[in-house]
Design a protein around this ligand. Structure first.
Ligand code: 5GP
Length: 187
């Protein structure tokens, strides 16, 4: 492992197959994304919507790099459990606190896998008539896609493997890892 756990010295080390992106690589890519987004939203005040919980680290780093005025809000959703795979049937656990009608909305996602969750959220928000709706995801597991969701900004395209760190969990743990790593499949 190229990085040690920061602020988590008493935490059990996760079973890691490979570090995909170090903290430094993630921060550099987040800065590049923020540059693109700031340029595209110049003169506008977008509402950044983070889907809890995985996207919070990405949102907090991204917003600190943005040079345009913006607002933030949160949604919490859960997929109905239909077995191992995501079903695409989504339950809203916590809805937005602001009205997005007529606003420029940017959904900030940690990872897009099958795309089913994001597709549901996108259609839900489009029904509320925002002025525009774009999507940024830090990670894109493109080869797993089952529904074609238009994604405007992508941090990294990753292979079909289960990843943890930088907001992403394994059984709700390891979100605090500063890097993104592939878990061992027998972990
Ligand atoms: P979807 O398949 O609907 O695109 O993704 C649903 C959710 O599954 C994502 O928002 C994310 O919370 C979770 N997910 C998908 N792939 C991974 C992964 O590799 N690691 C972790 N920790 N969560 C994932």
């Amino acid at each position: 492992m190229t990085e040690t756990l920061q602020g988590a010295s008493k935490m059990k080390e996760p079973d890691i197959e490979k570090v995909l992106f170090t903290g430094e690589e993630i921060q550099a890519r987040v800065k590049e994304l923020a540059l693109d987004i700031s340029r595209d939203y110049e003169g506008k005040v977008p509402i950044l919507i983070s889907v809890l919980k995985g996207g919070v680290l990405f949102l907090s780093d991204l917003m600190r790099e943005l040079t345009v005025l913006h607002e933030i809000d949160f949604m919490s959703v859960s997929s109905y459990d239909g077995g191992m795979d995501t079903t695409g049937v989504v339950r809203i656990l916590a809805d937005l606190s602001i009205n997005i009608e007529g606003k420029d909305v940017l959904i900030v996602e940690d990872i897009v896998d099958t795309g089913l969750t994001l597709d549901y959220i996108r259609h839900l928000l489009l029904g509320r008539h925002p002025k525009s709706l774009k999507i940024v995801t830090l990670l894109d597991k493109r080869e797993r896609r089952r529904v074609d969701v238009p994604i405007d900004y992508v941090g990294f395209v990753i292979p079909d493997a289960f990843v943890i760190g930088y907001g992403l969990d394994y059984q709700q743990k390891y979100r605090n890892l500063p890097y993104i790593a592939i878990m061992k499949s027998d972990a």
